[in-house]
Design a protein around this ligand. Structure first.
Ligand code: ADP
Ligand code: MG
Length: 243
């Protein structure tokens, strides 16, 4: 169970996240949509304190962190319960696919190297990249790099996986294989919070869709409601532009 209460983040004067409240049940897939510059990436990054929020209480499983009095140990515990997939893959250029997956297992989870290697190889097999274990990112297609990025998040066994526009940096030809892998992750009942501009995919994969505008959640509901019967005028306008 994941709960976010009053999550607030400022860069300077204006709030980029303005008292966000959101609950995510175990195994639920929540998709966040909204115009660019509206705080979607900041929401994901504040959730795990990659960008420390100024206020808010975040619970992931048995860890609760109050931003107003967050201690380093609590932040690390919270972060260990999340895995993140970045728009630009976020791979280390000087590490192979296998080493990229091993990195957080060894440094953050203190997993012994031999075990981390076994887990990395298992994940590479699951993502269809067994033959790319020793390839560097520069030798992989965009689609393959992002599959390594997703495999790295999967390998952590985290309670919550965060996806920040995982297909928006990809050439169109590689989008399908990345969405297919995300479908496979969803089938394992993995709890997922996904920011995407792929509206067809959002409709299909989401249990719930959250529309953000101006740092606030403006409307949320099942995909049938958000796409079929949107209430808020800003949401209707947004959908007209992107669909
Ligand atoms: P989205 O992901 O919805 O496009 P972001 O969360 O990236 O939006 O950004 C929301 C707002 O916060 C934007 O106005 C952006 O310029 C601002 N912002 C994001 N990150 C920073 C930062 N590190 N420093 C200053 N402003 C930032
Ligand atoms: Mg963004």
């Amino acid at each position: 169970m994941i709960s976010i209460r009053g999550l607030t983040k400022h860069f300077g004067a204006a709030p980029v996240l303005d008292h966000i409240d959101l609950d995510i049940a175990d195994g639920e897939r929540v998709v966040v949509i909204g115009p660019s510059g509206t705080g979607k990436s900041t929401l994901l990054r504040s959730l795990n304190f990659l960008d420390a929020p100024q206020a808010g209480v975040i619970t992931i499983g048995d860890v609760t962190v109050d931003a107003a009095r967050a201690r380093k140990a609590d932040i690390l515990a919270l972060r260990r319960r999340t895995g993140m997939v970045f728009q630009n893959y976020g791979l280390f250029a000087n590490k192979t696919a296998k080493e990229n997956i091993m990195e957080a297992l060894v440094t953050v989870q203190k997993c012994p190297r031999a075990e981390a290697e076994q887990r990395a190889l298992a994940v590479l097999a699951e993502t269809g990249l067994a033959d790319k274990a020793d390839s560097f990112p520069s030798a992989l297609s965009g689609g393959q790099q992002q599959r390594v990025g997703i495999g790295r998040a999967m390998a952590l066994g985290a309670e919550l996986l965060l996806f920040d526009e995982p297909t928006s940096a990809l050439d169109p030809e590689w989008v399908g294989e990345v969405l297919d892998l995300m479908r496979a992750v969803a089938e394992r009942k993995q709890t997922m919070l996904i920011v995407t501009h792929e509206m067809q995919f959002a409709r299909e994969i989401a249990n719930r869709v959250v529309f953000m505008d101006g740092g606030k959640i403006v409307e949320s509901g099942p995909p049938s409601q958000i796409f079929g019967a949107p209430k808020d005028a800003r949401l209707r306008k947004f959908l007209q532009r992107v669909e």
